[in-house]
Design a binder for this molecule. Structure first.
Ligand code: URA
Length: 239
């Protein structure tokens, strides 16, 4: 692709994402809108080759309107840093964009109502690889499958490659799973470069100023030190 075409594509993606974000913020298509402080559309690079899809916003995400800024977000940032990936070069979102009450699992009708937003984000960005975090986002692509069987293994889904991973919140609180998710992430770069043709995961120059070197968190992404309310009770359900 020529440089001009790439610029046009990135501009279109940015516009597309802005439109989805606007629609998400005004969305009343399921009951989750009633309890939200902020909808959480997602964030990252409009020309990301890799997209991370979690389950749904928790307490701090709902407060800040940003994905993965709580305890599991801190762990996700560490996992990304361990493979030289910065969240600003990827796109991070969830299957539901509003916080389920008490961080319960999203219901099938809520996931279905929100699917159009995620579909539109994927269409706008056109990533090569989707990394699903936890069983709910995995089941969007592989219904009926078990995360224990599929984790860490790239699989084709139409013209996308989907890599199911355990949810960072689950892995964070279970020593054995933590090692598994770390090992699964450690295998990602080789796969991304050799099989998915993603050449560079480095942070582009325009994002590199200030405190934003690879592996460090942006100020806005710095998570709170306290554990998320209700987080403990949801660890097992996230598997
Ligand atoms: N857990 C998720 O699945 N998504 C978030 O954004 C935060 C925690």
């Amino acid at each position: 692709m020529s440089k001009d075409a790439a610029v046009i594509e990135a501009t279109d993606a940015r516009r597309g994402l802005a439109l989805v974000a606007k629609q998400v913020m005004g969305c009343n298509d399921c009951g989750l809108c009633k309890g939200r402080t902020n909808a959480v559309p997602g964030e990252g690079s409009p020309d990301a080759s890799i997209m991370f899809i979690g389950e749904g916003p928790g307490f701090y995400e709902d407060q800040q309107g940003r994905p993965f800024v709580g305890a599991s977000g801190k762990f996700l940032d560490q996992l990304l840093a361990s493979i030289g990936l910065d969240r600003r070069t990827a796109f991070i979102t969830n299957i539901v964009k509003c916080r389920p009450p008490q961080n319960r699992d999203p219901e099938p009708d809520e996931i279905a109502a929100c699917a159009k937003h995620l579909d539109a984000q994927i269409a706008a960005i056109g990533p090569k690889v989707l990394v699903t975090l936890g069983r709910h986002s995995m089941q969007r692509y592989f219904p009926g499958e078990s995360i224990g069987r599929l984790h860490g293994q790239p699989r084709r889904h139409s013209d996308l490659i989907v890599v199911p991973m355990y949810h960072p919140a689950a892995a964070l609180h279970q020593g054995s799973l933590r090692k598994v998710i770390e090992a699964d992430f450690a295998r990602l770069p080789d796969f991304l470069t050799r099989k998915a043709g993603i050449e560079s995961m480095a942070v582009p120059a325009h994002l590199r100023s200030g405190s934003g070197a690879i592996g460090t968190q942006t100020a806005a992404a710095t998570p709170p030190t306290a554990a998320e309310p209700d987080a403990e009770s949801r660890q097992m359900r996230l598997l």
